[in-house]
Design a protein around this ligand. Structure first.
Ligand SMILES: NC(=O)c1ccc[n+]([C@@H]2O[C@H](COP(=O)([O-])OP(=O)(O)OC[C@H]3O[C@@H](n4cnc5c(N)ncnc54)[C@H](OP(=O)(O)O)[C@@H]3O)[C@@H](O)[C@H]2O)c1
Length: 348
């Protein structure tokens, strides 16, 4: 089958002779319609010595053609589903190919009202935001009727509100009952407010921390740094309330330096733990666990309803045509980091 693979020299290439996967017990085999790009795709492709011929790719939308043992064929065959797989790091699935195999519980059924490109912008980023906000911070999951959970109304900071992960973090924080303040570039202010942020500030502004503290009356007690560079982690922590004690900041890269360890706990998420596998991640051994797997399966059960009712809004997308062949160029462009508030989606 056609696929995009590592070339053994920290680059990727299009091939036509990859082996079609076979669904194992508990898995589905899907005919891939679209794939979405994530930063992890290029970070690994260009920096990690991946064996030549390993297929890459994470987010996908596919039509289910076969199921493995123990999977209800009547429920899955012919369905349009979306999910993500660990790509280059995985023994259990990669998306940049004509066919993908994955755990049947780690896909969601795409509602008829949602086009495939929008669905493709959901899986990795949504999982990462939910792991941080629902599992690590402990805010409640969204209600299927979209009602906001009536909790303490504390302020929640999302740094990098225009990133794919940040956009879902804003929506989950709001639905979880918090008031949200976010940072992004001025061209994205309106869009980020529509997702639920009450205040949005430009992260390029040298007074951004003071402005966040002033707007929230010095009351940030939760945070999600969807960028997690050393300077964004420091600024996020400094924007927390002066009265914070055991407040919680989620980071997506880590472990972070913490200038206020007595006031703010930092928690680094690693979405790949949703898969019950062991990963070698930039020289470190990481293992999946049942709790994260079960959480993600539950999230994906709920997300079809949330998307159908417009309770969760997917990222804006930029679509690429021309099939899997265009992935090497699209990934190079994505890695240059010049995109803003948009998910790159490739029509396979
Ligand atoms: N730990 C995990 O499991 C996990 C999972 C997924 C992703 N990640 C990581 O999370 C990060 C975000 O991923 P993503 O897919 O959401 O990225 P993305 O959509 O490609 O992020 C692009 C956006 O980042 C914003 N941005 C860039 N620099 C910023 C800064 N200094 N402050 C605030 N915003 C900034 C830009 O906002 P403006 O356009 O408004 O300037 C841009 O729109 C990546 O580093 C990725 O590797 C980790």
């Amino acid at each position: 089958m056609k696929a995009v693979v590592a070339n053994g020299q920290r680059e990727i290439e299009f091939v036509t002779n990859a082996e079609k996967p076979v669904p194992n017990k508990g898995q589905i085999l899907g005919h891939v319609l679209q794939v979405g790009l994530n930063p992890i795709d290029w970070k690994i492709a260009y920096n990690v010595p991946i064996p030549k011929g390993t297929i890459g790719g994470t987010d996908f939308v596919a039509i289910v053609e076969e199921v493995g043992e123990g999977v209800d064929a009547s429920k899955y065959i012919g369905a349009r589903v979306s999910g993500w797989v660990p790509g280059f790091l995985s023994i259990s699935g990669s998306a940049w190919a004509e066919y993908v195999c994955t755990d049947a519980r780690l896909v969601f059924f795409v509602p008829d009202s949602i086009v495939s490109s929008k669905a493709c912008a959901v899986p990795v980023a949504l999982t990462t935001a939910s792991q941080g906000i629902h599992q690590r911070i402990g805010l409640p999951m969204p209600n299927p009727d979209g009602s906001v959970n009536p909790i303490r109304r504390k302020w929640f900071l999302v740094w990098g509100g225009a990133s794919s992960v940040g956009q879902y973090a804003i929506q989950f924080a709001k639905l979880g009952g918090c008031n949200v303040v976010a940072t992004c570039s001025p061209n994205n202010f309106e869009q980020i407010k529509k997702l639920g942020a009450s205040f949005v500030f430009d992260y390029h502004d040298s007074h951004v921390v003071e402005k966040i503290k002033q707007a929230t009356n010095d009351s940030v007690f939760f945070g999600y740094d969807a960028i997690s560079l050393p300077h964004t982690i420091t600024k996020s922590i400094m924007a927390f309330s002066s009265e914070a004690k055991a407040a919680k900041l989620v980071t997506v890269l880590g472990p972070p330096e913490n200038p206020r360890a007595e006031a703010v706990d930092t928690i680094t998420v690693f979405s790949f733990t949703a898969f019950n596998e062991e990963f070698e991640f930039f020289g470190e051994k990481m293992v999946g666990n049942d709790e994260d797997y079960e959480h993600t399966a539950k999230l994906f059960e709920l997300v079809s309803t949330l998307l159908e009712k417009g309770i969760i809004v997917p990222n804006a997308t930029r679509e690429f045509h021309g099939g899997l062949e265009v992935i090497p160029d699209a990934l190079r462009e994505f890695a240059s980091g010049n995109h803003s508030a948009v998910k790159f989606v490739i029509n396979v």
